[in-house]
Design a protein around this ligand. Structure first.
Ligand code: F6P
Length: 548
């Protein structure tokens, strides 16, 4: 089925024409209860989408589009463990990782829960030994520093969650995340760490990712320079992987290898042992609260009617903005410092999942799929790029994300933070009309001439759509709900666009080429005569100037 040729899609185009010229000011003026009608709450997590340029008839048509795409059936197939990741012939079962009761999952015939529980037990044991000081380094010292070496999904999720929940962190442990191949990432860190008190977690589903392998080897060499004995690796390295043999080859003993499975996608792996650093930071019971939050969102996603289903609503709004209003990008604006890594996490989640132009059946899509996701801490953005959001003329839907109370309460900070967050979404939505701007300037006592000169600069078009997501506080449960909300949103969008959201073939070409170019950069071989002149010119530069 080509979704863009359906009557449902055509109906949405008609809504777009009807609403195109409608300003958010008018939508709010027409409905005194717009907030009540266009917001929803689940266990304290509030989603306000009333500042989206949408009305009930358009939303109803979006719901019809979701039903036409067999969303409910695809959702049930995912939860049932069907191999919906067709191009990799894999099931998509990250939801099993946050299944907390003792029933089989996805079903009694293919119950993955015994393996999941076994790894959770292994995690709990490691977490308790490290946090209590029982885990000792090669000289008998307790661990003080945890370094997670990983990239992509093996880095972004745990880094986000550890930072988000840092107020709960074990006071005797410090956490670091190394991902970049550039030695400037790991070298200064190793300079300041003590090998006797440092534990490395090598998180890599495949255990072949170049960036992670090179950083892990560097860490191993650094440890060996101090310990001099191979057995020290067992005291300072843990692997999280679906390739235990490769971790073994690296020298990590079986007892320190925590398994993940092919049915956990990298960008959906925070809930697995990839989250070990988070569990070490906040304790296993804290980690399980995060799983419980995600599980609450899973249940909501499975059970709530589409009209009240938060991931479905977020996904449909994003489709509305992308495919009907024409937005090319979307901004993620966390206001709490603790969730500063949210934009980077969502970039991978959204763009690696749905950044595609081919349907799951291999047909070319006839509409654009995922928008470009970007973002920054809200208040910092206010002093950087918000000017363009307000007056740059681009349509850029925004997600404002903020917790009502601070995880590091200090007098005088939180209320202004919240005020800024709300002020920005209101200013973006409602703007300032020419009449309002004129009135303000004349009240300030400016001459008519002066007003005429300033006026064009003082008008704000507004009508910039946004969703505001509020949490009471940043606790593990709320964080779990928030991240699972976005995960399912991405899934819903993929279903409607007809995409397989769980493969990522687009990252392969660059990896293959990097391997091909490496010998030439090292100077070990002449350039491939088939290389384009740009690449060979740049290699020549590296050979002249680089110390590789
Ligand atoms: O960028 C491609 C990718 O495969 C991501 O999907 C994944 O999260 C990342 O690389 C890291 O992979 P691994 O965990 O296998 O090292």
């Amino acid at each position: 089925m080509n979704i863009t040729h359906t009557p449902e899609w055509q109906a949405l185009l008609a809504h777009q024409q009807r609403l195109e010229k409608k300003h958010l000011r008018e939508l709010f003026a027409a409905d005194a209860h717009r907030f009540g009608h266009f917001s929803a709450e689940l266990d304290g997590l509030l989603v306000d989408y009333s500042k989206q340029r949408i009305d009930q008839p358009a939303l109803d048509s979006l719901m019809a589009l979701a039903r036409l795409s067999n969303l409910e059936s695809w959702r049930d197939r995912m939860f049932a463990g069907e191999k919906i990741n067709i191009s990799e012939d894999r099931a998509v079962l990250h939801t099993a990782l946050r299944h907390t009761d003792f029933t089989p999952f996805p079903n009694a015939e293919h119950d993955v829960m015994p393996q999941v529980r076994a790894v959770r037990k292994q995690m709990r044991d490691i977490v308790e030994r490290v946090r209590s000081g029982l885990w000792r380094g090669f000289k008998g010292d307790a661990i003080q520093n945890i370094v997670n070496i990983g990239i992509g999904g093996s880095d972004l999720g745990p880094k986000l969650a550890t930072r988000a929940l840092s107020a709960m962190q074990h006071p005797g442990l410090t956490f670091y995340y190394v991902s970049n191949l550039d030695s400037a990432h790991i070298a200064p860190l190793l300079e300041k760490l003590d090998p006797r008190t440092t534990l490395f977690i090598v998180a890599s589903k495949t255990f072949t990712t170049q960036e992670t392998s090179i950083n892990a080897q560097t860490a191993r060499t650094w440890l060996m320079a101090a310990a001099m004995e191979e057995w020290a690796v067992a005291k300072h390295f843990i692997a999280v992987t679906s390739s235990p043999d490769k971790a073994h080859e690296f020298g990590i003993p079986d007892s320190n290898i925590l398994q993940i499975w092919d049915w956990v996608g990298g960008r959906y792996s925070l809930w697995s042992a990839v989250g070990l650093s988070v569990a070490l930071a906040i304790g296993m019971s804290g980690f399980e609260r995060m799983l419980a939050g995600a599980e609450t969102m899973d249940k909501h996603f499975r059970q709530a009617p589409l009209e009240k289903n938060l991931p479905v609503l977020l996904a449909l709004i994003s489709i509305w903005n992308t495919n009907f209003l024409g937005a090319e990008t979307t901004a993620i604006l966390p206001y709490n410092e603790s969730i500063r890594h949210l934009p980077a996490f969502l970039q991978q989640l959204e763009m690696e999942s749905n950044g595609k132009t081919v349907s799951r059946d291999g047909e070319a899509l006839t509409c654009r799929a995922n928008p470009i996701v970007w973002g920054e801490i809200g208040v910092n953005g206010q002093h950087a790029f918000f000017q363009l959001l307000h007056q740059g003329g681009w349509l850029i839907p925004c997600d404002f994300v903020v917790a009502a109370s601070s995880d590091y309460p200090l007098p005088g900070h939180q209320a202004p933070l919240l005020a800024n967050c709300l002020a920005q979404s209101a200013a973006l939505a409602f703007g300032k009309t020419e009449a309002q701007a004129k009135e303000e300037l004349s009240q300030a006592g400016l001459s008519d001439d002066h007003i005429a000169k300033l006026l064009p600069h003082k008008v704000f078009a507004g009508n910039q759509p946004s969703t505001t997501i509020l949490m009471p506080s940043l606790d593990p449960f709320q964080l779990g709900m928030l991240l699972a909300l976005y995960e399912h949103k991405v899934f819903v969008q993929g279903v409607i666009w007809g995409i397989n959201s769980f493969d990522q073939w687009g990252v392969e070409l660059g990896k293959q080429l990097a391997n091909k170019l490496l010998p030439a950069i090292l100077g070990n071989q002449e350039y491939d005569s088939n290389l384009d002149t740009s690449t060979s010119g740049l290699i020549a530069y590296f050979r002249r100037h680089g110390h590789v």
